[in-house]
Design a protein around this ligand. Structure first.
Ligand code: NAD
Ligand code: DAU
Length: 354
């Protein structure tokens, strides 16, 4: 039995993980730690709010005294560390926020774990990371567990720094850890600044769908429920000190993804002309061209494989956003409007440089 902390548990992936843990491991106490930034939302935890094994704490993971006080009250034996600033475009506008949470927050948790766990082997620090730490691939290439780190955006640099700190604490202090590096997640509860939910809400509102450059960048997509099942299986059966590349062998160009969404949306709603909303806009600076994952062979050994096909996952995601306008309308209010105007205001007025 573990006493679990999920940092960032009110965000997109974190809330799916919390729901899975509360449902599948009712004997484990589950504590969600979240600062509730623009990306964190208590509505994401509504399903587990009354569950006797779930507890929520609003805290900044980079605030050492506050996290220390929580450790005194509810010492964990397993930390799933997901709290992060997660959006690449925002990291281009405000890198310091990414340094604060992604680097500072991780080292704060590691420090407490080092001091409090001292030599214990029945504990685990689980660093939830990204394939973006490996940089950009040439046509036809794949990331493997042995790929060298080559982060190229402020976001991926901050995640890479955090991963290095985790390995350094493992090597220097013997801290039991695992790291997972996953590709692009999609599914319900994703903040509508990321490509798939942004496209869906623009389809619903019949607004231009911004595609950077010519839409030829490739991302490797996985349904969030497949990802969080992998996290639980790795925590329970994975090798300590190991890195797991989690992916569903589903690399697609952005234009393919957006076109498929338009097609599925038209099938579901009877609309006929969604493709015309696709609008090529000025590219993201430093935009990585291609990510594609060769999943860790050991994932199959521990019994994990993806279960949700891309088309079925997209259809279910579209249906969820169509059924929950109150969710995406409320999370988009307030600070998001300022960000949207800053990032897309000029982009949607100007044609892209060819
Ligand atoms: P998200 O932006 O939806 O959620 C992040 C959560 O962290 C929010 O609830 C936010 O309130 C919280 N948070 C931010 N700063 C905090 C702080 N200082 N203290 C406490 N809480 C804080 O992100 P997500 O997409 O769910 O990603 C979760 C994790 O998974 C991140 O570490 C991300 O790097 C990693 N990851 C994401 C993807 C993806 O495709 N979304 C893929 C691979 C890895
Ligand atoms: O690869 C894993 C990473 O995937 C995670 O670590 C990050 O937290 C997550 O945000 C995601 O990063 P991306 O930058 O790949 O995701 P995003 O949804 O922002 O963009 C996906 C692709 O779509 C990317 O090539 C940029 C492009 N894009 C994005 C937006 C928001 C557009 O063309 N137009 C857009 O408006």
């Amino acid at each position: 039995m573990y006493r679990v902390w999920v940092t960032g548990g009110a965000g997109f992936i974190g809330s799916h993980l919390v729901r899975l843990l509360v449902r599948e491991r009712p004997e484990w106490p589950i504590h969600t730690l979240d600062a509730l930034t623009y990306a964190g939302n208590l509505a994401n935890l509504a399903e587990v709010w009354e569950a006797p094994n779930h507890h929520f704490h609003r805290v900044d993971v980079a605030d050492l005294p506050a996290v220390e006080a929580l450790w005194e009250a509810h010492p964990p034996s397993l930390i799933f560390h997901l709290a992060a600033e997660s959006h690449v475009d925002r990291s281009i506008l405000s890198p310091l926020d990414f340094f604060h949470t992604n680097v500072g927050g991780t080292v704060t948790l590691l420090e407490l774990a080092r001091q409090r766990w001292q030599g214990r082997q029945d504990v685990l620090f689980f660093q939830v990371s990204t394939d973006e730490v490996y940089g950009s691939l040439p046509e036809g290439g794949f990331f493997t567990e042995g790929s060298p780190y080559d982060p190229r955006s402020p976001y991926s640099a901050s995640k890479a720094a955090a991963d290095h700190f985790v390995r350094a604490y493992g090597h220097t202090y013997g801290l039991p850890f695992v790291i997972s590096n996953c590709g692009n997640n999609y599914g319900p509860y994703q903040f509508p600044e990321k490509l798939i939910p942004l496209t869906i809400v623009h389809l619903i509102e019949r607004r231009p769908i911004p595609v950077y450059g010519r839409g030829q960048n490739v991302r490797d997509w996985i349904h969030v429920e497949d990802h969080v099942r992998a996290l639980l299986m790795i925590a329970e059966k994975g090798r300590r000190g190991h890195t797991y590349l989690v992916g569903a062998r589903n690399p697609r160009t952005n234009l393919e993804v957006v076109s498929l969404l338009c097609q599925l949306y038209d099938e579901l709603t009877g609309q006929q002309d969604s493709q015309r909303l696709i609008t090529f806009v000025q590219d993201r600076p430093g935009h990585d061209l291609r990510y594609a994952i060769e999943p860790s062979p050991h994932l199959a050994d521990i019994g994990w494989q993806p279960q949700v096909s891309f088309e079925e996952g997209l259809r279910r995601t579209l249906q969820w956003y169509l059924a929950h306008p109150e969710w995406w309308q409320s999370v988009r209010s307030g600070q998001y409007q300022t960000y949207y105007e800053r990032w897309y205001g000029e982009r949607l007025k100007q044609p892209p440089a060819s």
